[in-house]
Write a protein that binds this ligand. Structure first.
Ligand code: S3P
Length: 433
């Protein structure tokens, strides 16, 4: 039986809090540390199920990874060609990032591998990585373009020049990782720039990787050199508190040292355009990434047309934005967001269903959602095993007139272990059902 929450209005959100480390950076730090020469110390590592799945996979591929304390990993790199075949399928759990990036990395090994995932991940589209990797010479079998992915090793890879049909940092990263093992240059072009953590980290580890927003190129054959990685707090996890403090009257919350990479912070532009009171304080740098403290105060919000250019920069924040929209005056229109339908759940459908139960009108088209702000009521809603849906509905419950029972919330631990304690500490009304 999966767990459920009962969420209801608590106190105004007050105080200071730090959310856990960035999921995208934590995955990549394990991967690059594993195939680098030397020892990589990771601080601020996200202790989530997704990132632990990645670490467990590399242990099975023969990499020694120590966990001396919470949030710290020491990865003893084996070099580009030092991974060993695992003794069975490699389980990515719920993590799309693990599966797609590993498809690229494992395509370049001399041994075969099989990648599997949970029910949600096994339903997500993998052709987007299989096809360009095949064009590089990789051999990957999958039924109907879905996991399990059976990756044949020992294939010579060659660099390609590839334009992504959809903006996807995961696909870009898979090709760059395969590009490490390819003959010549692998050049990836994007329809809209996406998060550039792979490029930044590859360059920092000494790969021959050049990049500008929307384009990245890597030359195969260069060894990676280990280096320490400091992981900033995950903006996507901060997003739930940013929206909660914006919509719960009387709130004033300070979120400490949040990752502010511009490819992640589209939600800030949109919330500010809706009237939110969010101030970035003490801007600085952590592990080569921009960070800041975010002070968020309650403010009345109004609905807007979300500018389409922000969509890729807030792709994981739409469930939270839907809640802000539900609390705003007037309509919020989201266009060009069809990618939301192939995330851990169909996030347009699952958020629309949840908000409708709470009394909010949401109209859907394949890549459009229109949310009409209004008063929220209590009820029973289903998170569909999607971590971000569970946390977003919990935020919605903080302004609902009655208690909200949220089912299927176990997967919150994939990206945000300890969310419930942190949320209660800030003032949320939230308990296990
Ligand atoms: C991620 C990229 C995004 C995002 C995911 C993490 C990454 O996916 O939704 O949570 O770490 O590269 P897409 O690149 O498929 O949009």
């Amino acid at each position: 039986m999966s767990r459920a929450w009962i969420a209801s209005p608590g106190a105004p959100l007050r105080g200071e809090l730090a959310v856990p480390g960035d999921k995208s950076i934590s995955h990549r730090a394990i991967m690059l540390g594993a195939i680098a020469e030397g020892t990589t110390r990771i601080e601020g590592f996200l202790e989530g199920e997704d990132t632990r799945a990645t670490a467990a996979i590399f242990r099975r591929l023969g990499v020694r990874i120590e966990a001396p304390s919470d949030g710290v990993r020491i990865v003893h790199g084996v070099g580009l060609h030092g991974l060993q075949p695992a003794d069975g399928p490699l389980d990515c759990g719920n993590a799309g990032t693990a599966m797609r990036l590993l498809a690229g990395l494992l395509a370049g090994q001399r041994f075969d591998s099989v990648l599997v995932g949970d029910a949600s991940l096994s339903a997500r589209p993998m052709r987007r990585v299989i096809e360009p990797l095949a064009a590089m010479g990789a051999v990957i079998e999958a039924d109907d373009g879905r996991a399990p992915l059976r990756i044949r090793g020992g294939q010579p890879l060659r660099g390609i020049d590839y334009t992504l049909p959809v903006a996807s940092a995961q696909v870009k990263s898979a090709l760059l990782l395969a590009g490490l093992y390819a003959d010549g240059e692998t050049h990836v072009r994007e329809p809209h720039p996406t998060r550039d953590y792979s490029e930044r980290m590859l360059a920092a580890f000494g790969a021959s990787c050049a990049f500008v927003p929307g384009e990245a190129a890597i030359l195969g054959g260069f060894p990676l050199q280990a280096r320490d990685v400091q992981v900033p707090a995950d903006f996507s996890s901060a997003a739930f508190f940013i929206v909660a403090a914006s919509v719960v009257p009387g709130s004033e919350l300070l979120l400490r040292r949040v990752g502010m990479n511009p490819r992640r912070t589209g939600l800030l532009h949109v919330l500010r355009a809706m009237g939110a009171d969010i101030v970035a304080l003490r801007p600085g740098e952590q592990g080569g990434e921009p960070v800041a403290d975010l002070r968020v105060r309650h403010a009345p919000l109004r609905g807007i047309e979300v500018p389409e250019q922000h969509v890729p920069d807030m792709i994981d924040e739409f469930p939270a934005l839907f809640v802000a929209a539900a609390c705003a005056e007037g309509e919020t229109v989201v266009r060009g967001a069809g990618e939301l339908r192939v995330k851990e759940s169909d996030r347009i459908a699952t958020m629309a269903a949840g908000l409708r139960v709470l009394g909010i009108r949401v109209d859907e088209a394949p890549d459009v959602a229109t949310i009409a702000g209004g008063p929220l009521q209590g009820g029973e809603v289903d998170a569909h095993g999607d971590h971000r849906i569970a946390m977003s509905l919990c935020v919605a419950a903080q302004v609902a007139a009655g208690a909200v029972r949220i089912t299927d919330v176990d997967n919150v631990a994939t990206s945000f272990p300890g969310f419930d304690d942190l949320a209660r500490g800030a003032g949320f009304g939230l308990r296990a059902a």
